[in-house]
Design a protein around this ligand. Structure first.
Ligand SMILES: Nc1ncnc2c1ncn2[C@@H]1O[C@H](COP(=O)(O)OP(=O)(O)O)[C@@H](O)[C@H]1O
Ligand SMILES: [Mg+2]
Length: 236
């Protein structure tokens, strides 16, 4: 079953059009990548889904047309957006950041269990549980941002450049944990990455954007084998 479908989506900042007909679909429990150079429209595609930019076209989640909904309405349907730049709350502790992630939930008892799960997934956070988010390293902040997304118990996680600015081994750790999350939870994922090699360890398929349009879509294996992908995104 398809969980999320974008059909010919356009997006605008004021009167400037930056998406020019983006289409993609994420299967239930699937993981799909969005690749592309800086400025291609990857972040804007995630914003179009979470309702933070003006859009046209069709955006259907779980059979419901969500285009034009407010960000809080989209979140309430089960879509968690882990934004570029992480967006953790610096003045709050790690534990309070995780609690904030769960603020829409009614199942308060399960929230504590899920905090424990996040700390098992990201043991670094366990060690920093009473630290303010602003005191964490870049890698720890990224782990916290993902964990906060998980705390809303989403059906779909939108992940924007989770590896940005991290040392390669830290980026690997983050992606390994997200891979484990995918296997254990079945949360569907739409993953924006400039590091295509890393993305391919997690996603089953991907689409490549260029100036707000899809230029290539395929399975991870297909894309990995293409010369133009290797040259542009895999360092040779
Ligand atoms: N808030 C904004 N206001 C105006 N233009 C923007 C804004 N954010 C992004 N853009 C422009 O939209 C285009 C797509 O940006 P973005 O979606 O951030 O690309 P990517 O995430 O692939 O690097 C770029 O040309 C960028 O300069
Ligand atoms: Mg971006």
């Amino acid at each position: 079953m398809t969980l999320l479908e974008l059909e010919d989506v356009t997006a605008f900042y004021e009167s400037v059009q930056v998406l020019d007909g983006v289409s993609l679909s994420v299967p239930d429990q699937g993981a799909v990548g969005i690749l592309g150079a800086n400025g291609a429209g990857k972040t804007t595609t995630l914003r179009a889904i979470s309702g933070t930019v003006r859009t046209g076209g069709r955006i259907v989640f779980d059979g419901k047309d969500i285009r034009g909904m407010r960000p809080d309405q989209v979140a309430a349907l089960g879509i968690a957006h882990v934004p570029e730049g992480r967006g953790t709350l610096g003045d709050l502790t790690v534990r309070d950041n995780l609690r904030v992630g769960a603020y829409l939930r009614k199942d308060r008892k399960a929230v504590d269990t899920d905090i424990e799960y996040c700390l098992d997934l990201f043991p670094n956070l366990q060690d920093r549980i009473t630290s303010n988010a602003s005191a964490l390293s870049g890698g720890e902040q990224q782990m916290l941002a993902v964990a906060r997304g998980i705390m809303s118990k989403p059906r779909l996680l939108l992940l924007d450049e989770a590896s940005l600015g991290l040392a390669p081994s830290t980026a690997r750790n983050v992606y390994d944990a997200i891979h484990r999350l995918r296997t254990e939870s079945g949360i569907a994922m739409l993953v924006v990455e400039q590091n295509a090699n890393l993305a391919f360890t997690l996603v089953d398929s991907a689409t490549v954007l260029e100036t707000g349009r899809n230029v290539l879509t395929g399975t991870s294996a297909e894309l990995r084998g293409m010369d133009e992908i290797r040259r542009a995104y895999l360092g040779g």
